[in-house]
Design a protein around this ligand. Structure first.
Ligand code: URA
Length: 250
């Protein structure tokens, strides 16, 4: 075989391994590495050694995909995709429904009035926004009038189809972060993950599961701004989560 052909094959194999690795396919990576051992020398093998990506790197790669996503019409009208933020190995993950005006403008989740209340709740739990992870079901701003992203009071809940299309990104985030417990904020995210028609007032505070991760639904902070008498229920739910995080029991 000509040396140029041999190099072409080596290069192809290396890119393929890197691709697998980018998708977190460490088993494929390992077995490819094992079989490649038989074909190439130890010295050559060093060029194949691709370290598996850590959670931070995997989230970075996923963020790049989300940034360019146009899988649903929201991707064409948003100002910024709002991927999510926080600790890549967080035990606790909060999931809201979707970005609003402020989040769309800054590209960060929960930074408007509801977000400021969420920050207070997180801090009252003895955590910070850097020790938990905050994400949404949909990554782009659902607008009543999509032609006018500069208009305030233009937010709407995400449509079921928009949530179904975007949920794959959230599933990958959960898979990478591996939280011990998820808190869904409000009816939209709770219904979407649990496939349940139960009202948020009935299902909040109950122990559920999503993709083998424990999940407790609670009210959305925006609901607390409208109706402060709901705060005591959210605090009850947060105490359950804190107890679980410190004892492993629920
Ligand atoms: N409401 C949400 O559900 N998510 C945000 O990021 C902001 C407000």
């Amino acid at each position: 075989m000509k040396q140029s052909e041999y190099l072409k094959i080596l290069n192809f194999a290396k890119t393929t391994l890197e691709d697998y690795n980018n998708w977190g396919e460490t088993e494929v990576y390992k077995s490819s590495q094992e079989s490649s051992k038989k074909l190439i020398s130890e010295e050559q093998q060093k060029t194949f050694t691709v370290k598996p990506l850590n959670a931070k790197e995997q989230l970075y790669n996923l963020r790049q995909q989300v940034k360019d996503c146009k899988a649903c019409p929201l991707g064409t009208t948003r100002l910024n995709a709002v991927f999510g933020e926080g600790f890549e190995n967080a035990d606790l993950m909060f999931i809201g429904e979707g970005p609003g005006y402020d989040e769309d403008h800054k590209g960060e989740p929960f930074i408007g009035k509801a977000g400021q209340l969420l920050t207070k709740i997180i801090e009252a739990m003895g955590q910070t926004r850097d020790t938990v992870y905050i994400a949404n079901i949909v990554k782009c701003h659902p607008m009543i009038d999509p032609s006018n992203p500069e208009k305030r009071e233009n937010d709407r809940p995400p449509a079921p189809l928009e949530m179904q299309v975007c949920k794959r990104y959230l599933d990958m985030q959960i898979d990478i972060i591996k939280p011990k417990i998820i808190i869904t904020l409000g009816a939209s995210s709770t219904k979407c993950l649990l496939n349940s028609e139960e009202s948020i007032s009935r299902i909040r505070g109950t122990l559920q599961e999503y993709n083998n991760v424990k999940l407790i639904p609670t009210y959305h902070p925006a609901a607390l701004l409208r109706n402060p008498s709901l705060k005591k229920f959210v605090w009850e739910d947060m105490k359950k989560v804190m107890h679980f995080l410190s004892t492993g029991e629920i």
